[in-house]
Ligand binder design. Structure first.
Ligand code: 5AD
Ligand code: SF4
Length: 467
């Protein structure tokens, strides 16, 4: 019997890339591949790439340089190593990748990776295989379902793509070009996937999409269902105790989503709602389609139905034309909202986007300085938010043994890691924990054992993509 071939996959960027990488592993498992953590011993290496900022994009080429050496080494040992580039750099750069890095055999975009086995077979006959079309067919109809043991190995928290692509065309963003137009998966298909996950131990779902709250997939009644209605349906699936979704655009927050936060205890009160800037002038130049005030109003709509709701956001500093006054408006908005967490980035011009042609570049020194000021403010808000949990009792969904022997780690509703000393049978359960202290970003506490917990069934109380 020949040993199984080995696949190494490295994913960059957002949660959807993590999810896509798992589906590629499932697709190649059906072709006899097993996953390895060591690229050097792999028969197939897939880089699942990110194009969102220049730094992310360039990482691919330095990794390909390393892989060229690994491939030569493998060849000396008589092994044939194949290399595929998938994801958004593949989509954006196509055959340019092979020109820059001839070591690559296959280039496959994010909408075509269900064709990976066939592209690899084509490349095995000599030559290169490239596919960066947006095929009319839905890749999810062709991808094999993950095996039970693969689901279990991935743990109790899973991502599920419900929507892909974006029609918003923010002027700085490559997503509408690399992921294509907005498409929503039908409710029945999502329900089928989630039942399978729940049957294999998954307890927490994060529904993902570049603009997830633009979801409008076909419901069983033949009509388009909004995200709020989909969440209601998924909350009915036995085993699912926590629901999340990411990433949302402030313009697409429908009342049904707000109502879902009001009505579904399983829907976590933590929303990633990127604003990018607090200046109306910059928001307009970014084509965000909302003002700072409109964003604050959306936040208020959520807060009115759930007082314990918290927010995270993405910010870009140094967008072309951003003045000190514009930047101050961003700081003012951050102060006004009070975020539990946030991600902030220096503006990076992306080829083919409208902002890349804008002339008024902010100097590197100003960008650096603004990023530090914004990150300091975000960090102080995050640590105040974390500190406020000390001395309180919070629900934690336990995920896995921690690094310290005897400790189990889980997450609160706000994705804060929480550690307790306990037996591993608490994994997969939501239990109340009294928080005693905070160590950097981790909460330390003790299980509250005096009352039998109902929490596993009705809890009382993530880098990002798109929007
Ligand atoms: N430069 C810097 N940051 C960007 N983002 C998207 N495009 C760019 C760019 N060109 C950020 C946005 C988005 C997050 C996923 O990445 O903040 O919300
Ligand atoms: Fe779409 Fe978000 Fe990119 Fe804007 S930033 S184009 S909403 S993915």
């Amino acid at each position: 019997m020949t040993p199984p071939r080995k696949l190494h996959i490295k994913s960059y960027g957002c949660q959807m890339n993590v999810y896509d990488a798992q589906r590629m592993v499932d697709a190649m498992a059906a072709d006899g591949f097993v996953e390895t953590a060591n690229a050097d011993e792999a028969d197939l290496v897939i880089l699942n790439t990110c194009h969102i900022r220049e730094k992310a994009s360039e990482k691919v080429y330095s990794e390909l340089g390393r892989l060229r050496v690994a491939r030569e080494e493998a060849a000396r040992e008589g092994r044939d190593m194949r290399i595929a580039v998938a994801g958004c750099v593949a989509q954006a750069e196509g055959d340019e990748i092979i020109r820059r890095a001839p070591v690559v055999d296959v280039v496959v975009g994010p909408q075509s990776y269900h064709h990976l086995p066939e592209l690899l077979a084509r490349a095995a006959k000599g030559g290169k295989a490239i596919e960066t079309e947006f095929p009319a067919e839905d890749k999810f109809n062709f991808l094999p379902q993950p095996k039970s043991d693969a689901i279990r190995a991935r743990g109790i928290s899973a991502f599920v793509t419900v929507q892909e692509g974006c029609d918003k065309f923010c002027t700085f963003c490559v997503v509408p070009y690399t992921r294509g137009a907005e498409v929503s998966r039908p409710v029945a298909k999502i329900v089928e996937d989630v039942k399978r996950l729940a049957d294999n131990g998954v307890r927490e779902l994060t529904l993902i999409g570049q603009n997830v709250n633009a979801y409008h997939g076909e419901g069983p009644d033949g009509r388009p269902w909004p995200l709020g209605k989909l969440l209601h349906r998924l909350a009915e699936i036995p085993g699912i105790v926590r629901l999340r979704y990411s990433t949302s655009h402030p313009r697409d927050v429908e009342d049904s989503l707000i109502e879902a936060h009001r009505d579904l205890p399983a829907l976590m009160p933590f929303v990633h709602l990127p604003v990018q800037s607090g200046s109306d002038r910059i928001l307009a130049a970014m084509n965000r389609k909302h003002t700072a005030r409109e964003y604050l109003e959306v936040v208020d709509r959520f807060r009115r139905v759930r007082q314990d709701i918290a927010f995270s956001s993405d910010f870009i500093v140094g967008f072309p034309g951003e003045t000190e006054e514009d930047f101050s408006a961003t700081l003012a908005l951050v102060m006004q909202i009070g975020y539990a967490a946030s991600y902030s980035f220096k503006y990076s011009p992306r080829p083919g986007t409208p902002a890349a042609d804008m002339q008024e570049m902010v100097s590197a020194a100003d960008m650096d300085e603004r990023l530090v000021r914004l990150q300091d403010l975000i960090d102080s808000q995050q640590s105040a938010f974390n500190k406020a949990t000390i001395g309180t009792t919070v629900d934690v969904l336990f995920e896995r043994p921690a690094r310290n022997p005897g400790q189990i780690v889980g997450r609160t509703a706000y994705l804060q890691p929480a550690h307790v000393m306990a037996s591993p049978d608490i994994i997969g359960k939501v239990l109340p924990v009294r928080i005693d202290s905070l160590e950097r970003y981790s909460l330390l506490g003790e299980l509250v054992t005096t009352m039998p917990s109902q929490a596993a069934h009705a809890p009382s109380s993530q880098t990002t993509i798109g929007a």
